[in-house]
Design a protein around this ligand. Structure first.
Ligand code: PSV
Ligand code: MN
Ligand code: MN
Length: 424
């Protein structure tokens, strides 16, 4: 399915007058609009290869058809998203769900769509059909040395695939842990995991980073061996300068102050990347910004402040990825909504009057501090985000255009109604 340039232009023409009115208003109210537009245009959010099919948990999956049947088609789908929003210029692969059998062809195809390869993800949380040993009782933490070795070898193989594709980071998420008290020795589980990570770390090329993703619970419900940011930071600190903590928004205990975690990890130079999603209860993996948009804003506020204070480049110095997937929406529309929510929130965080906020903090003026934050959060920045997209060649209304062009219907025609993409 192709989205021709002229079709995007026609679509934009039909919405241009209304957009220009809204943009004229917000740009009149905002200082440094060009700078904000440049930052928005540079900001790219990676799409995981496993989010392109209708998601499912361990419960039902209700695919609506036209799902990508292989990695090539996944790249085409992300290419479509990127064409519409100009902000999804990267793909993140999960191995072995998406093994690139012909890496140079895959790399070239991605480049044709303007996509680069973001972090590679290993998978030692499921047993694969041809796998010698089981991860039932964990992978890197396992009491059996040969299981640990199998998990180490897999991660090194993932790095190898990543090198071929031009990726420069590895995300390690381990489901290791225990379901019952007494099942494992916490200290030994930590030490085994650390020494496994050390071997994987040793296989990283010089320019690579390793992201250690934490998660409070699930699938283990008593303990998790990389359970929170403290444990992740402990591993990352012991591993060395190429290792960082990765924050997945859904991986905290309820009501955790994620923005404070972000601020401190940035301060320590140990924040590596992000998995965006939203949740009400646990690791719900719902559309970004659909449940707690103010929390997302407070997180972005810390990101902007912390990155600026360290002279970091917002677009390139951290890994940004969506990690969301569920079973009621068209996955491509869902991803467009998630990316839009991220861009809107980023724009709002760029609007925060930092000088005034610092003054309010120094005067312990709590009311003004709150006013400053909420002034930015309550500003309708959608025309700024749309203008950045327009200038980059994207569609003024990505979802509007997706529907008008009947993308899903066309994908069903091309690929069939009964296709199921790999993933959870
Ligand atoms: C685990 O819940 C996780 O967040 C990890 O990032 C996995 O790689 C991903 O989800 C798989 O869906
Ligand atoms: Mn994740
Ligand atoms: Mn998760």
């Amino acid at each position: 399915m192709q989205l021709e340039k002229y079709r995007i232009e026609e679509h934009n023409q039909s919405l241009l007058a209304a957009h220009q009115r809204a943009f004229a208003y917000i740009s009149g109210e905002t200082e440094g609009v060009d700078n904000i537009l440049e930052k928005l245009a540079a900001f790219q959010v990676a799409i995981p290869s496993w989010a392109l099919g209708t998601g499912g948990t361990r419960f039902g999956r209700f695919p609506a058809g036209g799902e990508p049947r292989n990695l090539e088609e996944k790249i085409e789908d992300i290419g479509l998203l990127h064409r519409l929003n100009q902000s999804s210029g990267a793909i993140s692969l999960h191995i072995p769900w998406d093994i690139p059998s012909n890496p140079s062809h895959i790399k070239a195809l991605a480049a044709q769509h303007g996509l680069r390869f973001d972090a590679m993800n290993s998978n030692t949380f499921q047993d694969q059909p041809d796998q010698a040993l089981s991860y039932k009782f964990g992978s890197l933490q396992n009491v059996d040395k040969s299981v640990r070795q199998q998990a180490i070898d897999h991660n090194i193989e993932v790095i190898r695939h990543g090198i071929e594709l031009g990726s420069d980071s590895l995300t390690v998420w381990l489901s290791d842990g225990s379901c019952f008290p007494g099942q494992l020795n916490f200290r030994k589980a930590f030490q085994h995991t650390l020494s496994g990570l050390q071997e994987i770390y040793a296989a990283l090329p010089d320019n690579w980073k390793m992201f250690v993703e934490y998660k409070a619970f699930e699938p283990n419900f008593y303990s998790t061996t990389v359970g929170d940011w403290g444990q992740s930071l402990l591993y990352a600190s012991k591993l060395g300068p190429k290792a960082y903590t990765l924050v997945d928004l859904g991986h905290h205990l309820p009501n955790a102050n994620i923005e404070q975690i972000v601020a401190l990890l940035l301060m320590e130079g140990k924040l590596g990347g992000f998995h965006f999603n939203d949740s009400k209860y646990g690791d719900d993996d719902l559309t970004v910004g659909s449940i707690k948009p103010y929390q997302l804003f407070l997180i972005f506020n810390e990101l902007v402040e912390g990155m600026d204070s360290r002279g970091m480049n917002h677009a390139t110095d951290l890994g940004w990825m969506i990690d969301a997937s569920h079973n009621v929406k068209d996955p491509l529309e869902d991803l467009l909504q998630s990316v839009e929510a991220i861009m809107i929130t980023y724009a709002q965080a760029l609007l925060v009057d930092r000088k005034k906020l610092t003054e309010a903090q120094l005067n312990s003026d709590v009311v003004t501090a709150q006013e400053v934050l909420q002034q930015a959060f309550r500003t309708d920045v959608r025309a700024l985000v749309a203008e950045a997209r327009l200038r980059a060649g994207g569609a003024l209304s990505p979802i509007g255009m997706y529907r008008a062009e009947k993308v899903r219907e066309n994908l069903i025609k091309e690929r069939g109604l009964k296709t199921v993409a790999t993933g959870l």
